[in-house]
Design a binder for this molecule. Structure first.
Ligand code: ATP
Length: 603
């Protein structure tokens, strides 16, 4: 078994194919049994035609009926067998192809939805969309090519190539010299075409990423009049795609006329030299005819090989890109050995012990020896300047990343050892950006606990005070909200997000204080909801505003990746340290006591 490639290293296409083929060994074996029989029938037909000419016709003239019947029977059997086996292989390969494609689609979809934070840091989400859509379709084209795909064609060329010298050595030499330049051309097309396909797929991903980003920030682009610059950047990706794709098509287009030319030359040479050899008694009419039939069966698949090769190269490039999604071990949870491998998260508070963490590609650690505790039922507010490391701590608590050193303990259990589904139930993050989906209010809340009863959903909404605005919606809990439904205000969306947390009943809530974008009324409503939600719950609250501290039992202050102070609001205010300075600044903002605006600078 091969070990999984390290993060960042390309995943070879064959690894993805092996991943898809492994559970289908039996089907592959069946094809491997039928394919050689089909190839035997392919060889038998021209040989029997030659035999018919050399032996059958004289036997017919001399009325040796049994010999005629035997040859005719054999020829008919071979021709029917070839036809039937071609259909059989077509059926088996296309069924297998469609099954593998179905699994690929499922794997890509679940991998795209389950991307790790490390993956998201490496790639834009648009890339995942591009992979899930365009790349899977490109691989599909390969499977659609069916049994006349690359393998069957290559096998036919190889087998007929091996048979030809036995039919007539001289004619075989002649054929090889006529077709040799084609083999050289094929190698060249393969190398250049592969590069062109990879470029085209990279350009497609850039285009999708650019488009998604542009649609997300379209208002900002319009506000700064930057649409044209964004459109120009998209145009550049489009042009790169066009060039790369055109290059691949032109390369593939070179091949069929070259094969046709070489094939016709070979046929002409075989006819002339064959006639000479028949005339001088070195070969029979049947042998030369069989040779010509073989030549046709060699040149036909060779001619199509370029377009199949083009499809195949595009599919290989697509599989390599998909491999980054589906061909890796998830780079999330480390797998500790030993009996303590899976432990359920338990209530009992949280502890961070000497946590060190660096983001990939950053030399300076974002966290440097962070240690603090949150007792069971306690709400701790995390305070610090921008870039101090607050969100990073929150991400480690939700296991979006893993500490390079140190341990996060949840109820005394190492967070790294908690099974994924258990963790998602135990720790629930509430992000600054709330998400409601186009679905009913009830479905949006029940997302936190599929199978929750209507009463439980209503109770959760009532607890956070969302029931009042829900009652005023056109269809109450059955109102469709979200982008294509009834549009909620930012505060109402946050109440829905908090009702979800309430329904989930997690062991730990990790909350990025989310009132910054709200007006005073909205802020009060959400803070009331938060107070009810956090009562008696273990929670970490990233505080961006002084008002959020009212929700906390204790404050932990971080600066430049380190904990610099911790204690109650009163104790820290009296200590006159970092917290006191920050809270003075916050109070000044609240009181409208801002530093004076600098005057206009003179010329
Ligand atoms: N995905 C990332 N990749 C690389 N560096 C990151 C990433 N996210 C954060 N950082 C860096 O880590 C450091 C801590 O960032 P973090 O987001 O934890 O700060 P914060 O205290 O939450 O700031 P803010 O209050 O502005 O949200 C910063 O220097 C930031 O540039």
């Amino acid at each position: 078994m091969t070990s999984p490639p390290p993060a960042g290293a390309p995943v070879p296409a064959r690894r993805v194919v092996a991943l898809l083929a492994r559970p289908r060994r039996r089907e592959l074996l069946r094809i491997a049994v039928v394919l050689p029989v089909k190839l035997l029938a392919t060889i038998a037909v021209p040989l029997l035609v030659g035999r018919m000419l050399d032996r059958g016709i004289p036997a017919l003239v001399e009325r040796r009926w049994s010999e005629v019947a035997l040859l005719a029977g054999l020829l008919l059997t071979a021709a029917v067998a070839e036809l039937a086996l071609t259909y059989r292989v077509l059926y088996q390969v296309s069924a297998l192809g469609q099954e593998m494609l179905f699994e690929l689609r499922c794997r890509v979809a679940s991998a795209a939805l389950g991307q790790s934070s490390t993956f998201r840091d490496r790639h834009h989400s648009g890339e995942a969309f591009s992979r899930a859509g365009a790349d899977v379709q490109t691989v599909g084209r390969l499977f659609d090519a069916g049994p006349d795909g690359l393998v069957t064609r290559l096998l036919t060329v190889v087998v007929i190539g091996a048979v030809l010298p036995f039919v007539d050595g001289w004619l075989a030499c002649l054929t090889v010299s006529a077709l040799a330049p084609v083999a050289v051309l094929l190698g060249w097309v393969r190398r250049r075409g592969g590069r062109a396909h990879r470029d085209a797929q990279r350009a497609t991903a850039d285009l999708t990423t650019g488009l998604l980003e542009a649609t997300r920030v379209v208002r900002v682009l319009q506000a700064f009049g930057a649409q044209e610059r964004a459109a120009a950047a998209l145009g550049r990706s489009s042009r790169r795609y066009r060039h790369a794709h055109q290059r691949a098509l032109l390369l593939a287009g070179l091949f069929p006329p070259a094969v046709r030319l070489a094939g016709n030359t070979a046929v002409a040479a075989v006819l002339v030299v064959g006639a000479y050899r028949i005339a001088h008694g070195h070969a029979s009419v049947g042998e030369v005819t069989a040779f010509l039939l073989f030549l046709r069966r060699l040149v036909d698949p060779l001619q199509d090989l370029a377009s199949v090769l083009e499809t195949c190269q595009a599919a290989v490039a697509a599989l390599e890109r998909l491999g980054d999604l589906v061909g890796r071990e998830p780079d999330g949870v480390p797998r500790p050995a030993g009996p303590d491998r899976r432990r359920a998260a338990a209530p009992g508070g949280v502890e961070l012990r000497d946590i060190w963490f660096s983001y990939a590609g950053r030399s300076r650690p974002a966290l440097r020896g962070v240690s603090f505790r949150i007792a069971e039922g306690e709400t701790v507010a995390l305070v610090g300047a921008t870039g101090a490391g607050k969100s990073t701590i929150a991400k480690l608590l939700t296991r979006a990343y893993h500490p390079a050193r140190g341990t996060v303990l949840l109820g005394g259990v190492d967070l790294g050892r908690v099974p994924e589904d258990e963790l998602r139930r135990a720790v629930v993050p509430v992000l600054q950006e709330t998400f409601v989906f186009t679905a009913t209010v009830e479905e949006n809340v029940a997302l936190a606990r599929p199978g929750a009863s209507d009463e439980e959903v209503v109770r959760a909404c009532r607890l956070v005070g969302a029931d009042r605005f829900i009652a005023r919606l056109p269809d109450g809990y059955q109102t469709r909200i979200g982008r294509s439904g009834y549009r909620l205000s930012a505060g109402q969306e946050q109440l829905i997000a908090l009702a979800r947390v309430c329904l989930a009943e997690p062991v730990l809530v990790v909350l990025d204080e989310a009132t910054a974008a709200l007006d005073a009324g909205g802020e009060r409503t959400v803070q009331d909801a938060l107070r009810k939600l956090l009562a008696g719950r273990t929670a970490l609250l990233i505080a961006h505003r002084f008002t959020a501290l009212r929700l906390a039992d204790r404050v932990v202050v971080v600066d430049d990746g380190k904990v610099v102070e911790q204690g109650s609001v009163a104790a820290l205010s009296a200590a006159g340290g970092d917290f006191a300075r920050q809270s003075r600044a916050w109070r000044a903002v609240l009181a409208g006591d801002l530093p004076p605006r600098p005057g206009p600078s003179g010329p």
